[in-house]
Design a protein around this ligand. Structure first.
Ligand code: PFF
Length: 433
């Protein structure tokens, strides 16, 4: 049997792009991007973010896909097969470890979105005031068994999809979930635009306020682009390893980046009209999603339906990201330990679930694990990947099918100089700042 038929593969380019975009589109786009734009000068942040996505991160997406496709392996196996017995394999190990750690807390936060869906459906938000909604959220975060229940449910859904395989599990799930998410998001944007705060929101999102944009904002924009594209931990290496040899890497990577950016912008367009209509603070920070928005929903017609749609959207976005996190770890056990996919999915998912339990008991663990992975593991992983693809692989290994020669030469320059320098800058700012 060929490698493809043993490991599985995407059925076509659309299937791959939907799965990879599903990984990229997550809590980072809908929950994190709007409040970061709110805090860092609106359009100024958006402008720098878009430049970071396309000029700095896109070459790394291509590099990860390239490493996956040439080696047809998980992140550890990819480095090992391309440069046996070299220290570069650390990049792969870091990826598998990051996938495991990120998923352990991601599952808990995704569980919150399921809990809030139920609260919306049961009418808890209708007519509720700020204090009541804060109490609802505190009640959830202070209740470990309730969080563990939702985390378990979310993890089981993640495991079932990953256990289903590449084309019939991950791809099929993403083909349904991502378009559903886009439709709901567009619906929410349509609704938000009818609100009286829409004009103020548009002014806020389209006028750059450079005076609110600091050096730190620049690095925040770069870091967010990095996290949002699921870069630096081998998701794209793993997904690229199931990609047919005829597909153009640069084009696929471009579609993924475009979808990811469009969803972040749409999320901003859905959220800010609500924020301005009710006179909330656009720079409210991380609480925007779980505390501020439900207060706004509660005062609108169809409060329950609106809140339910929003939290359903968040949980679907989280699900297509969590399957990619689990797949990195599962692919390692399938390739290197010859485990069956179903066994690997339930074992890795089960252990990850247990590792996440402390986050449900004490939410300070979420912040600790998030800081460790986002601030250290992902930038270091991204740097190793860029350096390896740009400096270690010889041109013959840097596949020729990037398209034209001009494109290949541009990519080589970016991956050697621009992307690593930017990642080092992010890393230094986090260490020194
Ligand atoms: N890209 C996801 C988001 O924006 O929420 C989060 C994520 C998924 C980060 C997978 C890293 C990763 F490997």
């Amino acid at each position: 049997m060929s490698v493809e038929s043993v490991r599985g593969s995407w059925s076509n380019r659309l299937g791959f792009v939907l799965a990879a975009a599903g990984s990229a589109v997550g809590l980072g786009n809908i929950w994190k991007f709007p409040y970061m734009a709110g805090k860092n000068g609106g359009a100024a942040f958006i402008f720098v973010y878009i430049v970071s996505v396309f000029a700095i991160c896109l070459p790394i997406v291509v590099a990860e896909l390239m490493l996956g496709r040439t080696s047809r392996r998980n992140p550890v196996g990819a480095f090992q097969s391309l440069r046996p017995r070299s220290f570069w394999v650390l990049g792969g190990w870091l990826g598998v470890l990051s996938g495991f750690l990120i998923l352990s807390f991601y599952g808990v936060v995704a569980g919150w979105t399921l809990d809030f869906m139920l609260l919306s459906a049961s009418g808890s938000f209708s007519g509720a005031g700020g204090a009541e909604i804060h109490a609802l959220f505190d009640g959830l975060v202070g209740n470990a068994p309730r969080q563990i229940f939702w985390q378990a449910l979310f993890m089981v859904a993640t495991i079932i999809i990953v256990a289903g395989g590449i084309a019939s599990g991950i791809e099929r799930g993403s083909r349904i979930l991502l378009p559903a998410l886009l439709l709901m998001l567009i619906g929410l944007v349509g609704f938000s635009l009818t609100l009286s705060g829409a004009g103020d929101a548009a002014a806020f999102l389209l006028t750059p306020r450079w005076e609110e944009f600091s050096g730190e904002s620049l690095l925040a924009a770069l870091g967010q682009a990095f996290f949002s594209l699921s870069l630096g931990m081998g998701v794209m290496i793993t997904y690229g390893s199931y990609l047919g040899s005829g597909e153009s890497l640069s084009r696929s990577a471009f579609y993924v980046a475009l979808t990811d950016t469009a969803v972040a912008l749409l999320a901003g367009a859905a959220i800010f009209p609500i924020v301005f209509t009710f006179g909330f603070e656009p720079a409210a920070g991380p609480g925007l999603t779980f505390q501020t928005l439900p207060v706004a929903f509660a005062q609108l017609p169809w409060a329950g339906l609106l809140a339910f749609t929003f939290f359903l959207l968040l949980s679907l976005a989280a699900l297509t990201s969590s399957i990619s996190l689990l797949e990195v770890v599962v692919a390692y056990f399938i390739d290197e330990w010859r485990w069956r996919r179903v066994t690997a999915a339930w074992f890795c998912g089960g252990v990850t679930f247990l590792a996440g339990v402390p986050c449900a008991v004490d939410s300070a663990w979420i912040e600790r694990l998030d800081a460790l992975t986002s601030n250290y593991f992902l930038p270091i992983g991204g740097l190793l990947i860029a350096a390896f693809a740009g400096w270690v692989l010889v041109p013959a290994e840097q596949e020729s099918e990037l398209g034209t020669n001009v494109l290949t030469r541009t990519w080589r320059f970016m991956i050697r100089w621009v992307s690593p320098a930017a990642v080092v800058a992010i890393f230094l700012s986090l260490v020194l700042g």
